[in-house]
Design a protein around this ligand. Structure first.
Ligand code: NAI
Length: 343
């Protein structure tokens, strides 16, 4: 199998080369993201391997199909950047449903602790030999109410971590997990009661801007918002307005609505045109990381291993366990539940 690997980062090359060589899968590493303009690079390859900010819309899928590509191997869990419905009958689509829910959940907690205990400020201050504590007062997590939106693999690990801190946990999920001992409430109640809200659901048409200018009004004053899922769950303008009006006490963002042309790149010597992002970053109570929640050694190894496994399985069986069931385009609620897929 020969795979065109898009949006290559230096940390991808080692794990993918090692796992690929062991399984007879050859990766050609391309730096550009997959777009309609770069799809031609995949000519002659069996498949493409893409990440969160590559684009596989209908136009790109048609181009890949016409170049003889047979599948898209996502090296991530989320697949909102792929038109899975359009891919039906053209390209097979696989993803890596889980590689380390711990990596993401632990990063969410790291952001929360950094924010509320002002670690980012302390780090800069003491490097400057400024040992003053003014403005450093935080608050205890113990006894606070955290609202978790999406109680899948990552959401549940985050809940376990929060339990260790003695927090009260409430959750909202469109498909609540039975017998999980989780106290489910409606989304409006979660917004109204939570001191901290952490988003762990996928980005879909339904979850797009689930925190917006209307729902910001439902939030408890001073709430800390954590988003390690997908940027567009939150309307960034509404978030900014909520922070300016002091309704939102702090925001911890590993993802951002318009991140695709910015995150993962070095803009330190440039002027960033995105005023909303620039304004958010300038706020003393906002922490932004560059979609790095997944970035642990364990996760990188698991991502490479599962992606290569998906590709070799497809080579043998013509499908794999992590193929997305895309006939109806409704992978979350497909009645066939992945065991008996449409394709
Ligand atoms: P998962 O599929 O195990 O869990 C997602 C949960 O969201 C499920 O319980 C599902 O029922 C629920 N859900 C679906 N639609 C919903 C809706 N309309 N409202 C509320 N809940 C809904 O996924 P997992 O592995 O926990 O990942 C969650 C998300 O985290 C992914 O979709 C991805 O976008 C993001 N992610 C971010 C990473 C990062 O580096 N920042 C890395 C990996 C994943």
């Amino acid at each position: 199998m020969r795979i065109a690997f898009f949006d290559t980062k230096q940390y991808d090359v080692g794990p993918f080369t090692r796992c690929g060589e062991a399984a007879g899968v050859e990766f050609k590493f391309f730096e550009p993201k997959l777009t309609a303009d770069t799809a031609g690079l995949a000519a002659g390859y069996d498949g493409v391997c893409i990440f969160v900010n590559d684009t596989a819309d209908a136009e790109v899928i048609d181009k890949l199909y016409n170049e003889g590509v047979r599948f898209i191997a996502l090296r991530c869990a989320g697949y909102n950047n792929v038109d899975v419905k359009h891919a039906f009958g053209r390209l097979h689509v696989f993803h890596v449903p889980a590689y380390s829910p711990y990596a993401v959940a632990e990063h969410a907690m790291a952001l929360l602790l950094t924010s509320i205990r002002r670690i980012h400020k302390a780090y800069n201050r003491t490097r400057d030999f400024n040992f003053s504590l003014s403005g450093m007062t935080g608050f205890d997590l113990h006894g606070k109410t955290v609202g978790v939106v999406g109680t899948g693999r990552i959401g549940r690990v985050f809940i376990d971590i929060c339990r260790g801190f003695g927090m009260n946990i409430i959750a909202y999920d469109k498909f609540p997990a039975k017998d999980a001992g989780i106290d489910y409430v409606g989304l409006s109640e979660l917004y109204a009661r939570s001191d901290i809200i952490s988003f762990h659901c996928p980005l879909t048409d339904e979850t797009y801007h689930m925190l917006n200018s209307e729902t910001v009004k439902e939030l408890k004053r001073g709430v800390v918002i954590i988003n390690t899922s997908r940027g567009a769950l939150i309307d960034a303008e509404a978030l900014l307005a909520g922070i300016k009006s002091r309704v939102i006490g702090a925001a911890c963002l590993d993802v951002y609505e318009e991140e695709s042309d910015i995150f993962f790149e070095d803009f330190s010597g440039h002027i960033v045109d995105d005023d909303t992002l620039a304004r958010l970053i300038s706020m003393p109570n906002v922490i932004v990381t560059s979609h790095q929640a997944f970035l642990t050694e364990e996760a990188l190894h698991n991502i490479a291993e599962t992606t290569v496994g998906n590709i070799t399985d497809f080579g043998v069986r013509g499908t794999c366990d992590n193929e997305l069931c895309y006939h109806c385009g409704n992978t979350e609620t497909c009645k066939k539940q992945r065991l008996e897929r449409c394709f």
